[in-house]
Design a protein around this ligand. Structure first.
Ligand SMILES: [Zn+2]
Length: 396
């Protein structure tokens, strides 16, 4: 049936989709909250929720909101599953979740950085199949796969740009490779954006519509959530906070400029500072641990990293005025040893009104932030129509 825009049935369909959109990123909302978010009347919300419940798209459970009895609406656990795949410098991590934001299965394996991208995708496919099978749900219920890659990705073409982290992957086409192996839609994003999504849905960013997730690892990047949406920019390179210039006569950066924030904070620049005192073979995780045990050299290095990140965060505050900054990666484990210097620099270099409402917190998800963000990416990107149609086809 062809629906005329503005007709009764297309209006109804639009309302169904509005309710689904409100619920899928929140995880669970009361009917009053749905009415507030969508602008629909309480009576309309009540009717639509009943219809979606009968169709198997949502589940309704009793809850108490502010001491009052209410009904919580969540996407049905049976309405489909989503899969997250995260490729990092040395690991492959996969998670399987349902649409009610519950993680059903999760595992990680080491990967060889020098292996080809094809080998990486083959292993990812095997791990996805094993975990879906362990979760006891039919692979036919996979609605989409979110895929995290450690490098710049062209969102339009899906091609991975040059990557210093997995050299054999430059020019790879992760979205098509994964879709060809699994036969389901694949959504791709970089690790910083996924970290932002993961922390926003499951971790330290819950409830924040304007959020920056700062990931300090082999490189330094930021995932930006603005007005509740990931901001990527037309080329997908938004959030390159690592290349803010801190010192024009500083070390030469891999981007070709000098004195970028990354050259004062990323592991490969910072760890050599400790070689003469602590020997080679250090990792950032070990430096964080030693700093926690009181090692003065490691404490100094961590504090300096925090101070420099804080300068970058101060610029970010002046431009975007986020309400929350979440620090992810190994560095987050240092807690206040790194966060206090970040806060000091923010207070020093940002406009007071931009920093006043800012909360700087450590990530809560650790190394799981990206793979959970990959699950959130599917929830974020899949159309409401996909869900309605999926529920209808599973019911058939
Ligand atoms: Zn640079």
């Amino acid at each position: 049936m062809v629906e005329t825009p503005g007709s009764q049935s297309s209006l109804h369909r639009a309302n169904l989709e509005r309710v689904i959109r409100a619920v899928r990123m929140a995880g669970s909302l009361t009917q009053a909250e749905i009415a507030r978010t969508t602008g629909l009347s309480a009576a309309t919300v009540s009717n639509i929720v009943r219809e979606l419940k009968e169709g198997g798209t949502v589940e309704v459970t009793p809850t108490s909101a502010g001491g009052r009895r209410a009904r919580a609406v969540a996407l049905s656990a049976d309405a489909g599953i989503v899969v997250g795949v995260d490729f990092g410098h040395s690991h492959l991590r996969v998670a399987v979740g349902n649409l009610a934001h519950k993680v059903l299965a999760e595992d990680a394996e080491p990967i060889d950085v020098d292996a080809s991208s094809a080998e990486g995708f083959d292993r990812a496919e095997r791990l996805v199949r094993r975990l879906v099978s362990e979760s006891g749900i039919s692979p036919g219920k996979i609605i989409g796969i979110g895929l995290g890659v450690p490098g710049p990705i062209d969102i339009g073409t899906g091609v991975l740009g040059s990557t210093a982290i997995l050299p054999g992957w430059a020019g790879a086409h992760p979205r098509d490779e994964m879709a060809a192996r699994t036969g389901v839609p694949v959504y791709v994003d970089n690790d910083a954006n996924l970290g932002a999504l993961g922390e926003r849905v499951w971790g330290a960013g819950q409830g924040a519509d304007d959020l920056a997730y700062i990931k300090v690892a082999s490189g330094v990047g930021a995932g930006l959530v603005i007005n509740g949406q990931i901001y990527r920019g037309p080329g997908g390179t938004a959030g390159e906070i690592g290349h803010i210039t801190l010192d024009e006569s500083g070390p030469v950066c891999r981007c070709g400029n000098r004195g970028c924030l990354e050259t004062f904070t990323a592991a490969r620049y910072v760890l050599p500072l400790l070689h003469s005192s602590h020997g080679t073979g250090l990792t950032m995780a070990r430096v964080v641990r030693l700093a926690g045990e009181g090692d003065p050299g490691c404490r100094r290095v961590i504090a300096d990293i925090g101070r420099h990140i804080g300068s970058g965060v101060a610029s970010l505050c002046n431009l975007l005025n986020p309400s929350r900054v979440v620090l992810g990666g190994d560095l987050a484990e240092a807690g206040d040893l790194v966060l206090d210097p970040v806060r000091d620099s923010v207070a020093r270099y940002s406009i007071p009104s931009a920093a006043r409402q800012l909360r700087v917190s450590p990530g809560e998800l650790g190394s799981r932030a990206e793979v959970l963000g990959a699950l959130a990416l599917v929830l974020n990107e899949m159309g409401e129509a996909t869900l309605l149609d999926a529920a209808a086809s599973f019911a058939a």
